[in-house]
Design a protein around this ligand. Structure first.
Ligand SMILES: [Zn+2]
Length: 279
């Protein structure tokens, strides 16, 4: 059974079944809980009563996931020392099945992350998947808060001490749910990934949460920003993957800046270096 065949309860059931007490004799059996438990908590109890009181109107079921940026990242270099001052953009995906959080800032931001979630009426336990677009410490620091979630850090997928086989390890895509998937976009680091979310034509279309594949919107005009300020372990691969995302995405959430509309999508020859094509 490939991990792509797993879906909501099947995933947790599978992991509960598979836990091997003989293989992990000294460890407590992990509790992989049903995602539905969390989904019920999404609607605030007060709103629920209000809705029922006013009428028996049935809310339209959502057909697409939604994307919201919880924290806008930044990055700058100190001129004298060359040190960086940076923190990442944090994105929440309200999927049709799962609550997904992309990138978790530094280890000093736990309380901030909890506050941001509280504002959207969620607790860290309500998150089913944490995706870190790569392994750097400004994208993974808050992971420890999310102990109910599967953690996808770059191409590695784990829960507790258990590391799952994942198609990302072979450069293939991993489908979290039908309209949300993770693809490999190496360049900034060799393990970098992008989350693609189909939010529907009436909303933002295809949103790509790219991590540092794009530092921020300005790096399309000024490639020095991704090549030199952020740095790249493989600039050729990164350029190729930037081009791929610019050709498909309607909106891009970069690693260290606000979400932006991809105005380059329909420009012939739009690519990793952007319209100015100079760097
Ligand atoms: Zn970064």
């Amino acid at each position: 059974m490939s991990i792509n065949d797993w879906s909501d309860n099947a995933l947790t059931d599978h992991l509960n079944d598979e836990w091997d007490d003989e293989y992990y004799p000294n460890l407590p059996r992990p509790r992989f809980r049903s995602p539905h438990r969390h989904m019920e908590r999404w609607s605030h109890p007060k709103e629920e009563t209000k809705r029922q009181d006013v009428s028996q109107r049935v809310e339209k079921p959502r057909k697409f996931p939604s994307v919201s940026v919880l924290n806008i990242g930044h990055s700058n270099k100190f001129e004298k020392t060359g040190d960086m001052f940076a923190n990442c953009t944090v994105t929440f995906i309200k999927g049709l099945k799962f609550n997904i959080l992309v990138d978790t800032m530094t280890a000093w931001d736990g309380a901030k992350l909890e506050r941001m979630l509280k504002e959207i009426k969620l607790h860290p336990d309500d998150i089913h998947y944490v995706v870190c677009t790569q392994g750097h410490s400004d994208h993974t620091g808050g992971n420890y808060l999310f102990r109910n979630a599967f953690h996808i850090v770059g191409t590695t997928m784990s829960h507790g001490e258990r590391f799952m086989t994942s198609p990302l390890n072979d450069g293939k895509e991993f489908l979290i749910e039908p309209k949300v998937k993770v693809i490999c976009t190496p360049g900034h680091t060799l393990d970098s990934v992008t989350v693609l979310v189909d939010t529907g034509k009436e909303e933002k279309g295809l949103v790509a949460i790219t991590g540092d594949l794009f530092e921020r919107e300005a790096d399309i005009e000024f490639p020095k920003l991704w090549r030199e300020l952020a740095g790249s372990q493989n600039p050729e691969e990164q350029e190729k993957n930037r081009k791929k995302i610019l050709e498909m995405a309607d909106f891009i959430v970069p690693g260290h800046g606000p979400m932006f509309q991809n105005i380059y999508k329909n420009i012939t020859g739009a690519g990793g270096t952007g319209p100015s094509a100079s760097h």
